[in-house]
Design a protein around this ligand. Structure first.
Ligand code: DCP
Ligand code: MG
Length: 242
């Protein structure tokens, strides 16, 4: 695999096809390997849209996104999907076993590696309790596991692929505060060389982030660490207070 995955947005503007106003305006930031970049902002601010541009679900209308210094459009779909694990806001499991769901994007992963990914994702316990364990069946859409379990299985799937860029879209908000904290602590080791971008609802999820981007109506209105933003950003103070 190429490039440690520095993700760089350079003056990115994006509007959905057919829409009048852009959803993202002039977005610039760098997410470095070994660091966590958090994105916070109210519903509809454009957080999911921003993340979705990275694996090229859509292409920027203006500006450029680079990974490891290479423009996305020169990287190729295969390289992009091998290097990026994205946990979507509504994570999806398909009909099959737990193992086959986890091996999506990590065909070679051994059972030991799958268990390790489950351990980090705080999903080891409930998988161990299921009859058949890794071979237990998941129904289409994952309707036979709870929402929080589905979310953790999708986090385990992302980890099993061992990418150099992780995108977590609101992946921790369905977890209780305790599990959220444990999971993020466990993530530190396996993601230590990766660029991690986290969209969060809860401020407590991201207080330790290396940089926080405050997104409002498609614009970055403030950026900094938690401590810096508490001093400089009214929008951030409002989010903290809410
Ligand atoms: N939008 C759109 N077409 C889509 C998806 C979104 O027109 N296929 C619009 C709806 C919002 C804006 O884009 O006005 C931003 O949507 P996002 O899903 O990116 O917003 P967030 O992820 O920030 O919102 P939430 O916190 O609710 O997930
Ligand atoms: Mg969203």
């Amino acid at each position: 695999l190429p490039t440690p995955g520095t993700v760089e947005f350079k003056n990115v503007t994006f509007g959905y096809p057919g829409a009048e106003a852009p959803v993202l305006s002039d977005i610039s930031f760098t997410a470095k390997p070994g660091q966590t970049t958090a994105i916070i902002g109210s519903t509809g601010a454009g957080k999911t849209t921003l993340l979705n541009l990275i694996p090229r679900l859509y292409d920027a209308t203006e500006g450029e996104i680079l990974i490891g210094g290479v423009p996305l459009k020169d990287l190729g779909r295969d390289t992009i999907s091998r290097n990026i694990s994205a946990v979507p806001q509504r994570p999806y499991l398909f009909s099959g076993t737990i193992a086959s769901n986890l091996r999506f994007g990590a065909q070679e992963a051994t059972e030991e590696e799958l268990w390790e990914a489950l351990r980090v994702a705080q999903a080891e316990g409930f998988v161990a309790e299921r009859e058949g364990q890794l071979d237990s069946k998941i129904s289409q859409g994952g309707t036979n596991v709870s929402g929080g379990q589905r979310q953790r299985l999708c986090i385990a799937r992302a980890l099993a692929a061992k990418p150099n860029t992780y995108l977590f879209d609101d992946s921790f908000s369905a977890l209780d505060v305790n599990t959220d904290a444990k999971l993020r602590a466990a993530l530190a080791e396996p993601t230590k060389d990766a660029a991690v971008i986290i969209v969060a609802q809860r401020v407590s999820t991201i207080t330790g982030a290396d940089q926080i981007l405050v997104l409002d109506h498609g614009e970055i209105v403030a950026r900094g660490t938690h401590e810096q933003l508490l001093e400089t950003s009214e929008t951030y103070q409002e989010i903290v207070a809410s």
